[in-house]
Ligand binder design. Structure first.
Ligand SMILES: [Zn+2]
Length: 137
């Protein structure tokens, strides 16, 4: 199967900022399509979840300034059972266009997308934003 994980896509304008936290502050986007929590097979059974932990979801969003499209994926981890506070994770995966976002949504679970995505991305762990801009030069 052809590798559908995105590479070599024109970067969004937010990647011109000095660091990821600054970029996110300036990131204005609109939602193109809400993919929801699950992707179903044709017979209605669940194909995969669009997130990793206890709650989450996925959508396609577009930068209002330059038109770049991202798959946005979020998930919330219930820390209660471990005596920890809840943790909230967000990811923006840069893709070529909406068609590619739909393709990734249909073919990759939340876990597979996070593990396998090779293109530019911005994500937060414990409210600190990171990106892989340096890694992908
Ligand atoms: Zn942009």
């Amino acid at each position: 199967m052809k590798n559908q994980i995105v590479e070599n896509v024109k970067p969004c304008c937010i990647f011109s900022y000095a660091d990821a936290p600054t970029a996110i502050k300036h990131f204005e986007y609109e939602v193109l399509e809400n993919f929801g929590k699950i992707v179903c097979n044709e017979d209605g059974t669940i194909k995969h979840y669009t997130y990793i932990w206890d709650r989450g979801g996925r959508s396609a969003v577009r930068c209002k300034k330059c038109g770049a499209v991202f798959v946005y994926q979020w998930t919330e981890f219930d820390g209660y059972y471990l005596g920890k506070s809840d943790e909230y994770y967000e990811n923006y995966f840069l893709v070529k266009d909406l068609d590619e976002a739909i393709l990734l949504n249909n073919n990759y679970s939340g876990f597979k997308l996070e593990m396998g995505f090779k293109g530019l991305k911005v994500w937060t762990i414990d409210d600190v934003w990171h990106w892989n801009k340096e890694d992908t030069k």
